[in-house]
Design a binder for this molecule. Structure first.
Ligand code: SF4
Length: 242
């Protein structure tokens, strides 16, 4: 597999923000978000990825004590053989968070009833929705967000927002697709929605104020949280491998 880097740090955002995890960054991305902070994840000019077998990746991960793995990119799910890596990590009892950009279907990792397939039972997903500022909204696979259709569990959703237009789009997608319409039919109470600022583009307090003034996003069975990317406050924004 094409591996840009494997390193240990804290998860900077999402469900286990602040916990130590081992990052596996695969090379290649099918999108080009205007605010991308990891162009070395897809740009051959900036990247020195190496080919590694799954056995070599596992060996590298075993150097670190944590059982948390964060698989990221680029876009990790565009790789044909990523399913075998996910199986191997799950079978080795790693707790695997897959950070995916929302454009690649995650359906094949789940049974029809929304439970993870046995071979991926320790794998869960952080699915981005690309709002208009990214210029990538048209690439979203909306099945990934339709909890009423697929009843997915173990998924958290992330909306990276830069302005009011993005917040409005986030509200529309969250209320139309992600919120449960019937609490007795769909019990995906583990789903969490994160609103995250594009660094330097919007004041985080603007997102908080939007939330306070948007009753449609309050008091759902699916919590909506504002989050900041911890690593950008701990290390210089441009630093790699943290
Ligand atoms: S999906 Fe992620 S890695 Fe790809 S261009 Fe967008 S921000 Fe960058």
């Amino acid at each position: 597999m094409k591996v840009v880097e494997i390193f240990n740090s804290i998860d900077g955002e999402g469900k286990r923000a602040g916990e130590l995890t081992t990052f596996i960054r695969l090379f290649g991305c099918n999108l080009r978000c205007v605010y991308c902070d990891t162009p070395y994840g897809y740009d051959i000019e900036q990247s020195d990825y190496r080919e590694m077998s799954i056995t070599e990746i596992l060996k590298e991960c075993k150097k670190y004590a944590t059982h948390n793995i964060t698989l990221t990119g680029g876009e990790p799910l565009i790789h044909e053989d990523v399913q075998y890596l996910l199986r191997a990590l799950s079978e080795n009892n790693y707790n695997v968070n897959v950070e995916t950009n929302g454009s690649v279907s995650i359906k094949k990792y789940f049974n029809f009833d929304g439970t993870p397939k046995d071979e991926y039972k320790n794998v869960w997903f952080t699915v981005d929705y690309k709002c208009p500022y990214s210029q990538m909204s048209q690439n979203m696979d909306m099945d990934n967000f339709d909890v009423n259709k697929y009843n997915y569990e173990n998924i958290v959703y992330k909306f990276v927002v830069a302005n009011l237009q993005d917040l409005e789009m986030a509200k529309e997608i969250i209320t139309k697709y992600i919120f449960q319409k019937n609490e007795h039919i769909n019990k995906n109470y583990n789903n969490i929605v994160y609103l995250s600022p594009v660094f330097g583009e919007i004041e985080p307090k603007t997102i908080v104020e939007y939330l306070q003034n948007t009753p449609e996003l309050i008091n759902s069975f699916t919590p909506v949280r504002v989050q900041l990317q911890l690593h950008k406050f701990i290390w210089p924004v441009e630093q790699r491998g943290v």
